[in-house]
Design a protein around this ligand. Structure first.
Ligand code: GLU
Length: 504
């Protein structure tokens, strides 16, 4: 099996593109096949600097790796179509010789004029096809001598000759048999007047030359496939298998998920933050939002593919043997950001603590919080990650560690303070002073014993202490909070109770 991901470097990679790459990658791994990255940059007008590097970085962050590509080299090099430019023209000319394509000399104005004329005659969106072709300037309508003369002196394109009255059928691994009538197709340009191939020619020629066995791509390419099928027939080449992945829909199901929807609904649609080189506009990425790459991969795997069990949390290793095109649905997949967050939470809980430290530290530093060493940070993460769905929420969850609680407490919280605990706070402080070591287990023991002697329920003791130490009524385990605050800060915060007249 040879599969490829063939993005055009026209901007940042949409997460839909990441999903396409992922499905290709999973199948290649499952079958011990090869996965090729090919950059389809024949349309120089849409080329965006930095886009190719972005695509490579984003996929490598996701753990989606290639066997061949412009960054790796390989037996099918070069992998940028702009560097393969000289290769394509001969194929277009081959098709002219075989009668499957022809030269066309029409200028922009003449094309425009044709559209106007046929529209006036009642045709909707006239195209270059069997009906209009006889009225145009091409090698099928002009005398051979004039064609030769024009080829020498004028710019020309090569157009594919769509056969008349043909049903073009192909099998799609996800959709089953798909059929188009050739009257729905137009004579697409294969080779432009500057000698550059169009997407269709370059894509098919490269898939053939690179030995691609499965073309797995987004549904938006389905309408191009009948032309590709005819191109294979015209060249006499074996056809790869085709699979068109369902569209990613907006959360409300009302259309294709766009960058604008993400902005409006407050979630990223790109894997990494992208800064547009022309406008300077910055679009936030999943990585920067605080997602783990394995969670992005897990979530994207489920956007269109349905596992045969009710398992929802997967690593790449688990996905690889289970993934199959047979379980990819035809229907568009609705984007569900809450689900994505939930999956991230599951992966945050599974990641080894030591690996979270380098992810949390930059957030810590960006917020200019007091320095902490790795050991403390890792303990903070340990008590906070249960409550976090995104990496920055880990830092939010340990606010007690870097922020003094503010008093007076709002009424809703102060009414939860237990008067007995407040009154007997000095004795509680004494009990803490006597700990053999300032560790969560000793703190727990001491507080339990103290609650018993004071005749107050442990829950009330803990809630009152939590309010006094953190000004919050919920958060990480209290014993751990005390342990991390250390004896001095704990004492000092509890003593503030006196200053604020909470103690009567
Ligand atoms: N260059 C096309 C894209 O940008 C490739 C489509 C295909 O995979 O054939 O998606």
């Amino acid at each position: 099996m040879v599969v490829r991901f063939a993005p055009s470097p026209t901007g940042p990679l949409h997460i839909g593109g990441v999903r396409t790459a992922l499905y290709n990658y999973l199948l290649a791994r499952q079958h011990g096949g090869r996965f090729i990255l090919r950059i389809e940059d024949t349309d120089q007008t849409r080329y965006v600097p930095g886009a190719e590097a972005y695509i490579i970085e984003a996929l490598s962050w996701c753990g989606i790796h290639f066997d061949e590509g412009p960054h790796l080299g390989g037996p099918n090099a070069p992998y940028r179509q702009s560097e393969r430019k000289s290769l394509y023209a001969q194929y277009a000319h081959q098709l002219v010789e075989k009668g499957w394509a022809y030269y066309a000399f029409d200028t922009e104005e003449e094309l425009e004029e044709m559209r106007r004329r046929f529209e006036a005659a009642g045709m909707v969106a006239p195209q270059y096809n069997a009906i209009t072709r006889p009225y145009m300037k091409n090698s099928l309508t002009l005398p051979p001598a004039e064609v030769q003369e024009r080829l020498r002196t004028q710019p020309y394109v090569i157009r594919f000759l769509i056969p008349r009255n043909r049903e073009v059928r192909f099998y799609d691994e996800i959709r089953g048999w798909v059929s188009f009538h050739s009257r729905e197709l137009d004579d697409k340009v294969l080779l432009k007047s500057d000698g550059m191939p169009t997407y269709h020619l370059a894509n098919v020629v490269d898939d053939h030359l690179m030995g691609v066995t499965h073309v797995i791509r987004g549904e938006e390419w389905l309408p191009s496939t009948p032309l590709h099928v005819l191109l294979y027939e015209a060249f006499g080449w074996d056809m790869p298998k085709f699979a068109h992945l369902p569209l990613l829909l907006r959360p409300d199901g009302g259309g294709k998920l766009s960058k604008r929807d993400g902005d409006r609904l407050g979630f990223p649609v790109f894997p990494l933050t992208w800064r547009d080189p022309a406008s300077g506009e910055v679009s936030l990425g999943y990585r920067e939002r605080g997602f783990l790459p394995e969670a992005v991969v897990n979530y994207l795997a489920l956007l269109g593919w349905h596992p045969s069990t009710d398992q929802e949390v997967f690593t790449m290793e688990e996905l690889t043997p289970q993934f199959s095109l047979a379980r990819v649905s035809k229907a568009g997949a609705r984007f569900d950001y809450e689900k994505a967050r939930w999956i991230n939470q599951q992966h945050l809980r599974r990641r080894p603590l030591a690996e979270l430290v380098p992810l949390v530290r930059p957030v810590w530093e960006q917020r200019n919080l007091p320095p902490v060493n790795d050991d403390t940070l890792s303990q903070l993460i340990a008590i906070a990650r249960e409550r976090a769905t995104l990496v920055p929420e880990i830092v939010d969850a340990v606010r007690f560690y870097y922020e003094e609680p503010t008093f007076p407490l709002p009424e809703s919280l102060s009414q939860k303070l237990n008067p007995t605990v407040l009154q007997q706070l000095p004795s509680l402080l004494e009990a803490l002073e006597r700990l053999p070591a300032w560790e969560a287990s000793h703190i727990e023991e001491a507080l339990k014993a103290w609650a018993k002697t004071a005749g107050v329920g442990l829950g009330k003791v803990l809630l009152t202490l939590r309010l006094l130490l953190t000004a919050e009524d919920a958060g990480p385990p209290l014993y751990a909070i005390l342990a991390l605050l250390g004896p001095d800060r704990t004492r000092q915060r509890l003593l503030r109770t006196f200053e604020h007249g909470l103690l009567h």
